[in-house]
Every structure is written in structure tokens, then in C-alpha cells.
Design a protein around this ligand. Structure first.
Ligand SMILES: [Zn+2]
Length: 334
């Protein structure tokens, strides 16, 4: 029933009526992993699904924005293009260069990549992926942990199932001081799960290189910082916040030759960043920052808290965000 309603709404949406009823909004989508071929990546989007979504955008004549165009529209005196849409992808995995950007290139569309600079510098691989790797490679049924906060935590791989165990432990770790998170994963989590800490980054978690990032920029795509270590900013001290924001900005500038004006918060929920992070972003020269709060970007809102929609796998869900039916529904609810 619901899918029939969405299908009809999307047919109505093709007429452009929802854009008239909900003008002045831009949907910004966030991707994470994209894969081609039979080998899937957990939480990833198949390249063919991405291709179908972008074909719709091309067929319907939507304008895919660059960061500079979005900034121009949101700054004083700018006007939102009624058929605009934007795409971002977070973390800096190798598939962003080798798979995702290739699909965007087929359509001549811009992809904006937020990269963890320490990941591209080969100093680390993302802590959230290390947590899922540790749990997935364990044959334990349960593990008793002491979180970095000192609190006890029971990891129940059998009772909760692997996926829930990963999600709930990640959520618990997002709420504790993360200063020593990477050491904790290596010295506490892996041993508690009787799992071996990999000596090299597992192939499915490889980063793109800085020369990949440079090629992306030369091809017209955007590359912007997403901290150095992907730790949750709101759990860090002022010095650590400054380092994560300022140093990641410097690394992108050093490698790509121009100062980035845009940033994305790790995991990006409202509680994952705070006022001091936004002040640091201003001090470091940033003009815009993205969260992961699902909503449209609107004129007049705080440029340091721009929302993004997770890229839906389902085409009806994707289309109703693009054709602004979702904005119309939000307006009805309000
Ligand atoms: Zn991220």
C-alpha cells in the first residue's frame, strides 16, 4: 500500500508540482561504500543501483551542484536552483575512486568526497570498521569489556547477533571519551574477542591514495576533510578538536593545493559535534560543514550544520527525495 502511494506520488512528482510547493530546498545525499561485481561490501550500494539513481537525475534534468555552487546559493544574495541536487561520499575508501567516481563520470556529475586524512596518510583505518572487523572475525559467544570510560560492557555475539552487536558497541563507543580509542581497540577489544589484530589493513578497508584524490580533483570532483582520525569530535578535548579540524584541513591543502572550505563531522549526528567544534571550524577558515541529520538544505540555515540524506538503495525512496515529495510531506507534517 505504502509503496503504491509512493509510486503515484513520484509520478505526480515528475510534473514538478512538489518543487513549486517546497521551493528553496536542496537534497544533499551521502554515500559510504559502492561496489561492483559479485563481491558486496557491508552497508554498500551496488554500482548498478547508483547508476539507476543518477540516470533518473540526468533524465529529469536535475542540476548536480558543486560545493562552490551550493555555497553561492546559500550565501547572501544567492538563489537556490529549483532543480538542484548534490552528492557526497564519506571516509575516503579506495572504491570511492575506483567505483563510485567512475559512475558519476559516466554522467558528467560531480561527487564530493570527505576523506579521513589519517586514513589516506596510511596512519590508521577507521575505528568503526575496526570494531566490525574484530566482532566479525571472532568465534567467541560473549566478551566482557571495559569501555574507555571505565564502564563494564557485555558484548553478546550470540544473543544479539553480529549486526546488532556491532551497532550497539559502536553506539556505546560514540558516547565515551575517544582520546585513546584506537589503542583501546587494539589492546582491549581484539584480545577480549580472541581476534588477531591485522598487521596490514584488510583489503576491503583500503583507503584511496592522495594521488587518487588529486586525480578526482583534476576531474572536477571535490575532496574535503573529514577529520584526521574519524573520532567523534564532541568526545574530544579542545586541543584534540583543534588538531582534528585544523590538521585535516592542512593535509588536504598540502596534498591538493587549495584550502578546503567544507568539512563533514564524523558520524554527524547532532550529539557528535558541539558549539566549540563550530567555533574551531570558523577559526580554521571553513565556511560550510555537513551533518548526517536527514533533511533538505535550506536557505538561511546555519552553514555549519547542513543536513544530508543517506543514499537510499530503493529507487522510489531516492526519487521522492529528489522530486521534493519528501519536502512536501515534511511541510504537511509541520
Ligand atoms: Zn565518516
Amino acid at each position: 500500500m505504502k509503496s503504491a502511494v509512493v509510486r503515484i506520488a513520484n509520478l505526480v512528482g515528475e510534473t514538478g508540482c512538489f518543487r513549486l510547493l517546497a521551493p528553496e530546498v536542496v537534497p544533499v545525499f551521502m554515500l559510504h561504500r559502492v561496489y561492483s561485481g559479485a563481491r558486496s561490501v557491508a552497508g554498500g550500494l551496488p554500482a548498478d543501483t547508483l547508476r539507476d539513481h543518477l540516470a533518473y537525475v540526468a533524465r529529469r534534468g536535475y542540476k548536480v551542484l558543486t560545493m562552490d555552487e551550493l555555497l553561492g546559493m546559500l550565501e547572501e544574495g544567492g538563489r537556490i536552483h529549483a532543480k538542484s541536487v548534490m552528492f557526497t561520499i564519506d571516509d575516503g575508501f579506495s572504491d570511492h575512486f575506483s567505483v563510485a567516481a567512475r559512475v558519476f563520470d559516466e554522467f558528467g556529475f560531480v561527487l564530493n568526497c570527505f576523506v579521513i586524512t589519517g586514513f589516506l596518510d596510511q596512519e590508521l583505518w577507521p575505528w568503526d570498521d575496526q570494531v566490525s572487523y574484530a566482532i566479525q572475525s571472532s568465534s567467541c559467544q560473549q566478551a566482557k569489556l571495559t569501555l574507555p570510560s571505565g564502564d563494564p560492557y557485555l558484548l553478546d555475539l550470540v544473543g544479539d547477533g553480529i549486526n546488532t552487536a556491532v551497532r550497539t558497541l559502536r553506539d556505546a563507543l560514540k558516547a565515551v571519551p575517544q582520546a585513546n580509542l584506537y589503542q583501546w581497540i587494539q589492546s582491549e577489544l581484539f584480545p577480549a574477542l580472541a581476534a588477531e589484530y591485522p598487521s596490514k589493513v584488510p583489503p576491503e578497508f583500503l583507503a584511496m591514495s592522495w594521488s587518487d584524490a588529486s586525480l578526482l580533483q583534476q576531474a572536477g570532483h571535490g575532496v574535503y576533510p573529514h577529520t584526521c582520525s574519524h573520532r567523534i569530535l564532541s568526545t574530544l578535548t579542545s586541543d584534540e578538536k583543534q588538531y582534528e579540524i585544523d590538521h585535516s584541513r592542512k593535509r588536504v591543502e598540502q596534498e591538493l593545493g587549495k584550502p578546503p572550505l567544507v568539512f563533514a563531522y564524523p558520524t554527524g549526528r547532532q550529539r557528535d559535534y558541539d558549539q566549540r567544534d563550530m567555533e574551531q571550524l570558523i577559526n580554521s577558515g571553513f565556511k560550510m560543514a555537513f551533518t548526517t541529520v536527514p533533511n533538505y538544505v535550506r536557505k538561511g540555515q546555519n552553514l555549519l550544520e547542513l543536513p544530508r540524506f543517506s543514499m537510499p538503495a530503493n529507487s522510489a525512496d531516492f526519487r521522492q527525495i529528489v522530486n521534493r515529495f519528501e519536502a512536501f510531506k515534511n511541510r504537511l507534517r509541520a
